[in-house]
Design a protein around this ligand. Structure first.
Ligand SMILES: Nc1ncnc2c1ncn2[C@@H]1O[C@H](COP(=O)(O)OP(=O)(O)O)[C@@H](O)[C@H]1O
Ligand SMILES: [Mg+2]
Length: 365
């Protein structure tokens, strides 16, 4: 195909493109060509802009800040400039744009100006803004609602506990009050995890209260509590080395409880659950193991995301959670500068492994 014909074809194709403004800019920064997309997006006809500085398409602020020259310099140095920013249509109406400015050179390597491709992304930006505003509102709402529900719920718990102490209660009443109390406590636990969730999401993560902890004694106490809560289950506790470190004790207890609860509730009921803790050179390694149906592989990538729950979850009221447990575990681990992972198979069972550095990570800059 002769070169001229090829050029015309190229020209024709550019003319057809309506969603992208595609135009050439000469070495001096003046507009040298204009396609149909440019006319549609920018509102100017070719004769109004050809020969004009392409800086006219920027906001006054960007022009004063030297943005057009900056883009040209970047394109010259790196071959291409890419970015998002505000551009203005004829009449001064601003819009969100995604732009590419590519330097052109001829066969001999001589600089021949630029080609600029601009896409109007206002619609996409509007949707994104709308979604993020809505998500923020919803999270704030969860925070407010759960915070205000805590007060009446603790009143119910306290009053029920008080009634349970009366001398002259029949068996039937004791059982009923017991159910009220355990339901109220369950609601309080759910609300506490919702609050943690909003703190991690909206509040930018957990703020830790570091204190010296002897992990052997500490994990031992948590295991004792779990044994009281699940008297019919076997919970093994293994310990290697003598681990002292600095962690947030409340969060550490929450982490251990969440993992042990999961192992007890989602694992095989007549097999023991094992917590093992051992010391490594830079971190302590905490592992929680259970037997039972493995976590399905397709669930693995999103296991630590909030509200993700397995199909087996919720088979009894005991296992009903919000799917926030592992999300909170991960947030606690990350706040401590550690890592958490999981292995799950039919043969080996399920093991969650947490590594925590002995001391707080240096503050982020
Ligand atoms: N030890 C475990 N063994 C088997 N499945 C588990 C285990 N821990 C978690 N899972 C699966 O991961 C899901 C998410 O756990 P989690 O975030 O704690 O939420 P929840 O326990 O409220 O359902 C659970 O619903 C369950 O399907
Ligand atoms: Mg759980």
């Amino acid at each position: 195909m002769p070169e001229r014909e090829r050029d015309e074809r190229f020209h024709l194709n550019l003319e057809d493109i309506k969603d992208y403004a595609i135009f050439r800019v000469d070495t001096e920064g003046r507009i040298a060509s204009w396609n149909a997309g440019a006319e549609r997006i920018k509102g100017y006809k070719a004769e109004e802009v050809i020969g004009q500085p392409f800086a006219m398409l920027f906001t006054q602020e960007d022009r004063q800040a030297g943005k057009p020259e900056f883009e040209m310099r970047q394109a010259m140095e790196k071959g291409v400039y890419q970015g998002e920013g505000i551009r203005v249509r004829k009449g001064g109406v601003p819009f969100d744009a995604e732009v590419t400015l590519r330097a052109l050179s001829d066969k001999g390597g001589v600089h021949r100006g630029f080609v600029k491709i601009t896409r109007d992304i206002s619609a996409r930006k509007r949707v994104e803004d709308e979604l993020s505003k809505r998500a923020e509102f919803e999270q704030q709402l969860i925070g407010i609602v759960s915070h205000d529900l805590r007060t009446p719920l603790s009143a119910i718990s306290l009053a029920t506990a008080l009634l349970l102490r009366s001398q002259d209660l029949g068996m039937h009443h004791v059982a009923t009050l017991g159910r009220i109390l355990s339901s109220a406590e369950r609601a309080q636990r759910l609300i506490a995890s919702l609050l943690d969730f909003t703190q991690a999401r909206v509040g930018g993560g957990f703020v830790l209260q570091y204190a010296p902890v002897d992990l052997r004694d500490f994990a031992g106490l948590v295991v004792e509590e779990m044994r009281v809560a699940y008297p019919e289950r076997e919970i093994q506790f293994e310990f290697v080395g003598d681990v002292q470190g600095e962690w947030d004790p409340d969060r550490l207890a929450q982490l251990l409880t969440n993992l042990l609860n999961n192992a007890l509730l989602h694992g095989l009921e007549d097999a023991p659950v094992r917590l093992s803790v051992h010391d490594g050179p830079h971190s302590v390694v905490i592992a929680v193991h259970n037997r039972g149906t493995p976590i399905p592989p397709d669930m693995m990538p999103r296991l630590f995301e909030p509200m993700k729950r397995g199909a087996g979850a919720g088979r009894s009221t005991k296992t009903q959670g919000l799917g926030l447990g592992l999300y909170i575990v991960q947030q606690i681990v990350l706040a401590h500068g550690g890592t958490v992972g999981v292995d799950s198979s039919e043969a080996q069972g399920t093991t969650f492994t947490v590594r925590l550095p002995h001391h707080p990570p240096p503050p982020r800059k």
